[in-house]
Ligand binder design. Structure first.
Ligand SMILES: O=C(O)CCC(=O)C(=O)O
Ligand SMILES: [Fe+2]
Length: 393
C-alpha cells in the first residue's frame, strides 16, 4: 500500500491513461491493456509509471494463469492389448492416461537419485524425509546458474535415461505408436518448487520445441503420488486437431505459452490425482499444462520422454541432452552399462532442419520477459512476507 502512496503524486498526470488501461483489463482485454500501458510507460521515462506497470503485472498473473478445474481423465487401461483401440483413442482424445502401468521401484530409483542431488545442493530437506522432497530453498528457475548446477548433475543419471527404455513403458508405447517406436535420448526432468505458481508450465504444444514429426508423443510420469493440487499435468482434450498455434512469452518451463483460439477454448481440460506408476501420453500438437503446485512443502518431481516411429522425421536437437549443456560423453562417464548409450545410432529416422520461425517469440518478448521477471519477484516476496511465521526462517 505504502508504495502506491509514495508515487501517487508522480502518477497524477497519467490518471486518464491508468483509468483507460484499467477499464480495458476489467473488460477482459488484459494483454491489450498491458501493451498500451507498456508503450506509454516506456516512452515516458517515468519510474513511477514503470513501477505501476510492474504492479499491474503482479495483479495480472491471476489473469494470465487462468485457474482451471480439470474434469476427470479417461482411464485407458482397458484398451491395452488392443493396439488399434489404443491408437484410435490417442488420435481422438489427444491423450492417454494409464493407471499403475510402470514399476514403482524403477521410478523410486530415479527419485532417490534426483533427491540425493537436490539435498546435497540445499534445495530440499536431507535425512529420513529426503524422498519427500520438502523444499527449503527459494525456487530455482530454468536458466539460472544455480538451477544448472543441479540440473547438470541430474542429466547425468543413468537411472533417468534408462527409464525411457523400461520394458512396461516400451510395451505401452508400442501399442500407442507402433512396433518400431523408440525414445529420443532427450530425457526431461521437472523440478517444480512449491510457492511459485507464476512459474507453472503454461498451456503449450510440444511441437514448436521439438518439430520433426507431429506424431512425436510424450510420456509424462510423476516420481511420487501427485494430486492435482501438488502440480499434476492437465491436458486439453481433443486439442491435437487444431494445427500449430502461435506463441507468446511465459515465465514457466520453455518460456512459451500457446495462444489459444476460441474454438480450442471449447475443449475440456482434463486431469487426475496421479499415483506413482501412472503414465500420461500425448502427441506433439496436444495442448497441455502443469497445474500449480499448491503443496506447501513438497517439490513436484516428474520426468517426461519423447517417442517416435522409425522412418519418421526428427530434428537434431532431439538427439541432444536437454538444454544442450553437456556432451553425451560427459553424461555417460559414470554409467555402469553401455546398453543405452548412443542406442539411436542404430535407428532409422529422417533428420530435418530446425525451423526457427516455429519457435520464435514476438519481438516484444524481451521487455515482456524482463517485466514479468520483476513482477514475479515482487509477487514472490510479498507472498513470503505474508506467510512468515516464527519457525519459517
Ligand atoms: O511437467 C511439466 O511441468 C511440463 C510437462 C510438459 O510440458 C511435457 O511433458 O511436455
Ligand atoms: Fe510439454
Amino acid at each position: 500500500m505504502s508504495e502506491h502512496a509514495d508515487t501517487a503524486d508522480d502518477l497524477s498526470e497519467y490518471a486518464d491513461l491508468i483509468a483507460e488501461v484499467q477499464a480495458m483489463i476489467d473488460a477482459g482485454e488484459y494483454e491489450a491493456g498491458i501493451a498500451r500501458f507498456q508503450k506509454a510507460a516506456r516512452a515516458s521515462g517515468s519510474d513511477a509509471l514503470m513501477q505501476r506497470l510492474v504492479e499491474m503485472r503482479v495483479e495480472g498473473f491471476k489473469v494470465i494463469n487462468e485457474v482451471i478445474d480439470p474434469e476427470p481423465m479417461y482411464e485407458a487401461n482397458e484398451l491395452l492389448g488392443d493396439p488399434d483401440a489404443v491408437k484410435a483413442r490417442l488420435a481422438d482424445d489427444g491423450y492417454l492416461f494409464f493407471r499403475d502401468v510402470l514399476p514403482r521401484d524403477r521410478l523410486l530409483e530415479v527419485r532417490d537419485d534426483i533427491t540425493r542431488i537436490l539435498a546435497e545442493h540445499g534445495w530440499i530437506e536431507d535425512g529420513e524425509r529426503r524422498m519427500d522432497a520438502r523444499a527449503i530453498s527459494r525456487p530455482r528457475r530454468e536458466g539460472q546458474p544455480k538451477f544448472f548446477q543441479v540440473h547438470d548433475r541430474v542429466m547425468k543419471l543413468e537411472s533417468l535415461h534408462s527409464m525411457a527404455h523400461e520394458p512396461h513403458l516400451m510395451d505401452v508405447m508400442r501399442q500407442a505408436l507402433g512396433e518400431t517406436v523408440f525414445p529420443h535420448p532427450l530425457s526431461i526432468t521437472r523440478l517444480v518448487f512449491p510457492g511459485a505458481p507464476e512459474l507453472s508450465t503454461p498451456p503449450h504444444q510440444d511441437f514448436p520445441n521439438n518439430q520433426g514429426t507431429p506424431n512425436l508423443t510424450a510420456a509424462w510420469m510423476p516420481l511420487a503420488d501427485c494430486r492435482i493440487e501438488d502440480g499434476s499435468l492437465a491436458v486439453l482434450e481433443g486439442s491435437n486437431k487444431f494445427g500449430v498455434l502461435p506463441l507468446k512469452f511465459h515465465l514457466g518451463a520453455g518460456n512459451r505459452a500457446a495462444v489459444l483460439p476460441d474454438e480450442i477454448r471449447r475443449c475440456r481440460w482434463v486431469g487426475a490425482d496421479f499415483r506413482l506408476g501412472d503414465l500420461i501420453l500425448f502427441p506433439a500438437l496436444t495442448v497441455h499444462k502443469a497445474m500449480e503446485n499448491h503443496n506447501k512443502e513438497r517439490m513436484r518431481l516428474s520426468v517426461d520422454f519423447r517417442y517416435q516411429l522409425e522412418g519418421e522425421a526428427l530434428t537434431e536437437g532431439c538427439l541432444k541432452p536437454h538444454f544442450q549443456r553437456l556432451s553425451w560423453e560427459e553424461i555417460y562417464a559414470d554409467w555402469k552399462s553401455d546398453r543405452y548409450k548412443y542406442y539411436w545410432r542404430d535407428k532409422h529416422f529422417v533428420e530435418v532442419p530446425w525451423d526457427e520461425n516455429l519457435h520464435a517469440l514476438p519481438d516484444e518478448h524481451i521487455d515482456e520477459a524482463y517485466e514479468q521477471e520483476l513482477a514475479f519477484n515482487v509477487a514472490f516476496s510479498r507472498r513470503k512476507e505474508g506467510q512468515a511465521t516464527p519457525e519459517a526462517g
